[in-house]
Design a protein around this ligand. Structure first.
Ligand code: CIR
Length: 254
């Protein structure tokens, strides 16, 4: 059984944090429709969706991935790198409390869940604008008890590690090697994004399928040529807030 925690879009999403993109008008109504379709997609792939209510005052609160790392043994509540996002964690900790024992990233650590890519017992953590060495050290100490190795990975030109690389099948990664070095993930098989679609590495694996944005048809072809089953979603409005498909849910086995 898989559970997916999601949260409804904030009425103030237009005031979201932006780092690598210019601000563009966001059609809130369309964003909400797209988000409902994303949630329906999760449900159609067998997830039990736990949709949290809107947090009207927290513009980025739909991007729940950044607030926690959920492993089988425990959940680590993050301390997001953008101060505006720190109030997002309270409701997430509340929602996760009944599913996992909780641990917390403490100051001066900052960490966004979008920087965390778990592959088996290895946990790769992007050293990004949002995530720092202190948080990586804290995570390493916490997760060593459960037998995980935590590896810091420099990323460039993108917001998070998972903007640059995600897992699309067992030991198979979709990657933009201009943004992250592929060698640290050896021996994983690497599928490259199309050079004309640099933002295409963010895919959300649910079992044997991958939720993937409609906006990247050539990379979609690369995935399908490698035997990956793709479930398309239109997330154009969420993308204007610098969000992708992984960031709108926290998926874990229950
Ligand atoms: C932010 O800058 O924090 C949000 N506007 C976007 C967060 C996207 N999160 C993710 O990809 N994990």
């Amino acid at each position: 059984m898989r559970t997916a925690i999601t949260r409804e879009i904030s009425a103030k999403m237009a005031l979201c944090e932006l780092t690598f993109q210019d601000r563009q008008p966001i059609d809130l109504e369309l964003a909400r429709i797209q988000h409902r379709q994303y949630v329906a997609c999760l449900a159609s792939l067998g997830c039990t969706v736990l949709q949290l209510p809107e947090e009207p005052e927290l513009p980025d609160s739909v991007f729940v991935e950044d607030t926690a790392i959920v492993l089988e043994e425990a959940a680590v509540i993050t301390r997001p790198g953008a101060a505006s996002r720190r109030p997002e964690i309270a409701a997430i900790a509340q929602a996760l409390r009944t599913h996992r024992p909780l641990a917390f990233i403490e100051p001066p650590g900052t960490l966004d869940g979008g920087d965390v890519l778990r592959i088996g017992r290895r946990v790769f953590v992007g050293l990004s604008r949002r995530t720092n060495e202190s948080a990586i050290l804290q995570l390493r100490r916490r997760l060593a008890a459960y037998g995980y190795t935590v590896v810091g990975v420099p990323v460039q030109h993108c917001l998070h590690l998972k903007s640059a690389v995600t897992e699309v099948a067992d030991s198979t990664l979709l990657i933009n090697r201009d943004w992250v070095d592929g060698e640290v993930f050896a021996p994983a098989r690497l599928i490259d994004v199309d050079p004309a679609e640099p933002g295409a590495a963010n895919a959300l694996r649910i079992g044997e399928r991958v939720i993937f944005p409609q906006a990247f048809p050539t990379t979609r072809g690369h995935l399908e040529n490698e035997g990956i089953h793709v479930q398309l979603v239109d997330v154009s409005e969420l993308a204007k807030a610098e969000g992708g498909v992984t960031c709108c849910s926290l998926v874990f086995t229950s």
